[in-house]
Design a protein around this ligand. Structure first.
Ligand code: MLT
Ligand code: MN
Ligand code: ZN
Length: 294
């Protein structure tokens, strides 16, 4: 299985257009590497690819990752699979509008969001929509078997109303298991909590790509960038007793990599103590352009 990290950042990217936090400033000056928004590509043969989440940065991501047209018109991207309806995961579909066929796979709840008129720009004669049912495997490409499962999360920001539940287990937020040639990876870019079921499910995998949005729940306040907690955004923290470092501690995983990293996260600073703690716990921090062969 071939895996390419197209974008390792959370929504907003690094630097984010309106953010003057230390990480964003350092990314602008070149002190730390910038990162584009949340997307991963997988392939069984290195020729045809499935893109997991279509980020607003997809145009540059496809250019930089070598996913180029094989002929005068066309693309090696044969399918796009969505894990939720957030802007950082669906807006890139609008870039894929120039009359090349591919399939979109998403839950019924996420497909309903794509019913908004602007998405009619994707010609239905060329771009098919397939409903994903949790725990019902599908093969978007021969040799790649995907199984979706519900993970705790919330509705997209633009559908929030009244009191927002952040631990919904349903079709709003899914994780993906990908089986290919006997190898197994999990892709879970958004997750509000690690339940015992989730821990059991991912145990033994060759690769876990997991929600690394924030280090601490109060990170936005700490960095003076906002007031929302990680939990309110539907993202588990890395640190703390309920964090992902603790939740996956001791679990058998050949490789564990944080992705969907918010620009405020101190692990993005190479010399930080948070980065050292994550590394000591066996975690890697994904970077744009990273390629993994399983
Ligand atoms: C998230 O992961 O929390 C979202 O991408 C936030 C957003 O839509 O900007
Ligand atoms: Mn996001
Ligand atoms: Zn920032």
């Amino acid at each position: 299985m071939h895996v390419k990290i197209l974008g390792a950042a959370a929504g907003g990217g690094l630097p984010q257009w309106n953010c003057g936090c230390q990480n964003c400033a350092d990314a602008r000056s070149g002190e730390i590497a910038g990162m584009s928004q949340s997307s991963v590509a997988v392939s069984a043969d290195g020729r045809d690819w499935v893109v997991l989440n279509a980020s607003p940065d997809i145009r540059e991501q496809l250019r930089l990752s070598g996913l180029h047209p094989p002929s005068r018109r066309g693309s090696p991207v044969r399918a796009v699979v969505l894990t939720n309806g957030d802007i950082d995961h669906i807006a890139g579909l609008l870039t894929l509008r120039e009359s090349t066929p591919f399939q979109i796979h998403a839950t019924a709840a996420t497909l309903a969001i794509l019913e908004q008129p602007v998405f009619r720009v994707l010609n239905p004669a060329l771009v098919g929509k397939q409903a994903i049912r949790p725990d019902d495997p599908f093969e978007p490409l021969a040799g790649l078997r995907l199984t979706a499962f519900a993970v705790p999360g919330k509705v997209p920001l633009f559908l929030e109303e009244g009191e927002v539940k952040t631990d919904l287990l349903g079709e709003q937020t899914i994780g993906l298991r990908i089986d290919c040639g006997g190898r197994v990876m999990f892709y879970i870019p958004g997750c509000a909590a690690v339940t015992p079921d989730l821990r059991d499910r991912v145990g033994g995998a060759d690769l876990l790509l997991f929600d690394g949005t924030v280090w601490s729940d109060d990170e936005m306040t700490r960095t003076g960038t906002g007031v929302k907690t990680g939990g309110r955004m539907g993202h588990i923290s890395m640190a703390g007793p309920d964090g992902s470092l603790a939740a996956f501690d001791g679990l058998n995983l050949a490789r564990r990599v944080y992705i969907h990293i918010n620009n405020t996260n101190p692990v993005l600073r190479p010399g930080s103590q948070e980065r050292a703690r994550v590394g000591a716990a066996g975690w890697e921090i994904a970077r744009d352009g990273q390629e993994i062969l399983l």
